[in-house]
Design a protein around this ligand. Structure first.
Ligand code: 6GU
Length: 245
């Protein structure tokens, strides 16, 4: 899978993604990262990429021409027009299921805006999806693009090692991850739950499932609507889980 990230801050995006697990996947050529500096495409003699908004108002607007030419160069190079995602707080909220779906694409173009916005006409011509990472305002689309690329890339087969993929079911089945423990068995007077030391795999799995249901009920009850719960799970919620957790 190939990510093409159009940005005015290419160093920020590279530094964010060429590290750790995603950096390793790029090194191993399981995914590729093509960071495109929008400024390289401006036809303005002074390298300008923004101008004042028609109709007045505060701030500067990114102009259509350099963004379009950057996009056109990418699409000409790869020979087709893949989905082009514009990062904006006005977009649909990014979710795990969206990450899973987008991980199936061959190429993805992520367009990072800055300043007060982007000329609407270029968005109309090239953007297929408007996506937000949550209801708060950031200074630009770079951090959201990195968030999305990370979440999508880790769903691409081969990006995570077996060991790392242990946690992938968190949120997938609609339930939060159960609590985890490592050595020592006692720390600051706190014991690891006994069942985890028992070696009884079935009991361990049952305990973990119960803790997942309990955590989801207590911390993110909004997720339970989508969660796959058995009749036993529902009974336990009604009977065992404290109402004031
Ligand atoms: Cl995608 N962009 C910006 N600038 N701010 C945001 C966002 C995106 N998602 C949440 N806040």
């Amino acid at each position: 899978m190939r990510f093409h990230i159009l940005t005015l801050f290419p160093d920020m995006v590279r530094q964010g993604l060429e590290t750790s697990v995603i950096g390793k996947a790029i090194e191993n050529e399981i995914i590729s990262l093509h960071v495109v500096d929008i400024r390289d495409f401006t036809t303005d003699p002074h390298g300008k990429v923004d101008d004042y908004p028609y109709g007045g108002g505060a701030g500067m607007i990114m102009q259509a021409q350099p963004i379009y030419d950057a996009w056109k160069t990418v699409t000409d190079e790869i020979g087709y027009e893949p989905r082009c995602i514009y990062l904006t707080p006005q977009g649909q909220h990014f979710t795990q299921s969206m990450a899973r779906e987008l991980a199936g694409e061959k190429d993805l173009i992520l367009l990072c805006g800055h300043y007060e916005g982007v000329d609407e006409r270029v968005l109309e011509e090239i953007v297929t999806d408007h996506v937000s990472i949550g209801d708060y305002v950031l200074t630009g689309g770079e951090l959201p693009a990195m968030v999305m690329a990370d979440a999508i890339a880790r769903m691409v087969p081969g990006v995570l090692t077996n060991e790392e993929s242990a946690g992938t079911e968190s949120l997938d089945g609609g339930l939060l991850e159960y609590p985890q423990y490592s050595r020592p068995a006692t720390w600051h007077g706190r014991e690891v739950p006994e069942v985890l030391l028992s070696g009884d795999h079935e009991k361990v799995e049952a305990w973990r499932h119960d803790r997942s249901v309990e955590r989801t009920f207590c911390r993110r009850p909004d997720l339970l609507r989508e969660a796959k719960l058995s009749g036993e799970d529902v009974k336990r919620i009604l009977k065992d889980i404290p109402k004031d957790c």
